[in-house]
Design a protein around this ligand. Structure first.
Ligand code: CUA
Length: 158
């Protein structure tokens, strides 16, 4: 079979970029341990209010863990519980969230906190809050009529 010279170049380029991207993704995943926010833990969406830690939403100081605070959020149409949180500047925070009904987003604008909340699953994200200020937490997954009014506030204070 005859393959034109340009066709060979193009094939080489295509396969080469595929290999290069796989190497980059593999390197960042295995060497740096970067991965999307986990949603590995199952929780019964009908009983969220009774199950720890979601029976006690809010900011909790923790000891002996890799992070200083755990922030527990419960999302439902169309609000977040709690509607506002405050954490000290420089602390390492683990966000733990789930939803009681449909898929919601959880994004703190201006930070790298961005999770998708799926009914039945627990989403977690650990980050260090290193810039003081107020960050609007909003829903970035269309969830219904009240989607645009679904928000909370993250306050990082000194
Ligand atoms: Cu919740 Cu959009």
């Amino acid at each position: 079979m005859h393959i034109h010279k340009y066709e060979k170049w193009w094939l080489t380029f295509g396969i080469g970029s595929l290999v290069l991207f796989l190497v980059i993704v593999g390197f960042s995943a295995f060497h740096y341990g970067s991965h999307p926010p986990s949603a590995k833990v199952y929780v019964d969406p009908e009983r969220v209010d009774e199950i720890a830690p979601f029976n006690n939403p809010g900011v909790h100081k923790v000891e002996g863990k890799d992070w200083d605070y755990e922030v527990v959020f419960v999302a439902s149409a169309f609000y977040y519980n709690p509607p506002e949180i405050e954490v000290p500047l420089g602390s390492k925070v683990k966000f733990i969230a789930t939803t009681k009904d449909v898929v919601h987003g959880f994004q703190a604008a201006g930070t790298n906190i961005n999770m998708i909340l799926e009914p039945g699953y627990v989403s977690e994200y650990v980050t260090t809050v290193d810039k003081a200020g107020e960050y609007l937490i909003l829903c970035n997954e269309y969830c219904g009529i009240g989607h645009s009014s679904m928000m909370s506030m993250l306050k990082v204070v000194e």
